[in-house]
Design a protein around this ligand. Structure first.
Ligand code: AVJ
Length: 334
């Protein structure tokens, strides 16, 4: 596949000295964990949440009564699919950043006029293969071309199809909230380049009552806690660490000045963990910061998008303004 070859070349360049290799999703796990444990404050990337067990736990989170983002975004997509499809125009192709659940993109595809192609980008080939198969089954005439890549790095995508409509990026789920503001800007700048002449449909969680935010990350069934702790379980499984899972507590809270939910794992006692022959001491109460989930205002996102070269278009929200989908016009082709 030509596109795959181009991708790999670009990937090689991206993994030149000083960069993480982007081909093997596990390549950085041990190194990142070692660096994260050595750092103060200790922190670790949320991208490592999503092994098979973690992905299953995340699917359960999306169904929780307290976790409003998924169902709210789906309801916005359902209510406004025709208006969104009208922005896309006929013969458009969708570039999804992350192979999410096919449910969201299906709502778009069902409303679109002659969708031309679907290009899901994900670092996990397995995840991609599963969602591609599902979509091909449901849309036999749709051209589905999965792209194995890290979308936080510079990407090369297959050339537009002859006579194709717009290239529309789709980044749902408020995954943008996992980035720092600087990383979010960087992502938007990169996506503005690959989407030139098209647009980005961006889903983002909005700032709201801190009690509602708190509950969404402290569910009564403890699924979010299990999701957080799975990071340590995964390290034990894959890296041979000896984290005592019952000696770490899930902690999630809204940091209002930073406009983000923070998730941490708090050491319940003074203890020691070994990774690759090196010992790491935890004091009682010391934390490993595992995730930021930034919350946004429509205006704040518009500022960020403008800075990245997008021109803000329509915004769709739910009646309670819990979540938004924003249409961002990409810059014109070079
Ligand atoms: C997938 C990053 C959008 O931040 O709400 C859910 C991940 N973490 N519960 C979020 C998550 C804890 C989720 N994102």
């Amino acid at each position: 596949m030509l596109s795959r070859t181009l991708m790999e070349r670009e990937t090689d360049r991206a993994s030149a000295p000083g960069r993480e290799p982007v081909t093997d999703p596990n390549a950085g796990f041990a190194g990142d964990l070692a660096r994260g444990l050595a750092a103060r404050p200790r922190s670790f990337s949320p991208k490592y949440f999503y092994d098979a067990a973690g992905s299953q736990l995340f699917d359960r989170i999306c169904e929780l009564p307290e976790y409003y983002p998924t169902r709210t975004e789906l309801s916005i997509l359902g209510t406004h699919a025709r208006a969104i499809a009208a922005e896309m125009g006929p013969g458009a192709e969708i570039v999804e950043f992350g192979a999410g659940s096919c449910v969201k993109v299906a709502l778009l595809l069902d409303a679109m006029e002659r969708p031309a192609r679907y290009l899901p980008i994900d670092i996990s080939g397995e995840h991609l293969a599963a969602s591609a198969a599902q979509l091909r089954g449901r849309y036999p005439s749709l051209d589905v071309q999965p792209v194995v890549a890290d979308y936080t790095q510079r990407l090369l995508l297959p050339a537009p199809l002859p006579g194709a409509g717009k290239r529309v990026g789709f980044f749902p789920g408020s995954t943008i909230g996992n980035f720092t503001p600087a990383e979010a800007l960087h992502f938007l700048e990169l996506s503005a380049q690959v989407l030139r002449g098209g647009a980005l449909l961006l889903g983002a969680d909005l700032i709201k009552d801190p009690d509602l935010l708190h509950a969404a990350y402290n569910d009564s069934q403890g699924v979010t806690a299990a999701f957080n702790l799975n990071l340590l379980a995964r390290a034990n499984r894959e890296l041979g660490t000896d984290f005592a899972l019952d000696q770490f507590a899930h902690s999630a809270f809204y940091n209002a000045p930073q406009q983000r939910i923070e998730m941490h794992l708090v050491s319940r006692c003074r203890q020691q963990v070994t990774l690759a022959g090196a010992a790491y001491e935890f004091e009682e109460g010391e934390t490993l910061h595992t995730e930021n989930s930034c919350k946004f205002t429509v205006e704040g996102l518009h500022r960020l998008a403008l800075e990245a070269g997008f021109r803000p278009g329509p915004v769709w929200t739910d009646p309670q303004r819990m979540f938004c989908l924003q249409w961002l016009h990409a810059p014109l082709p070079l």
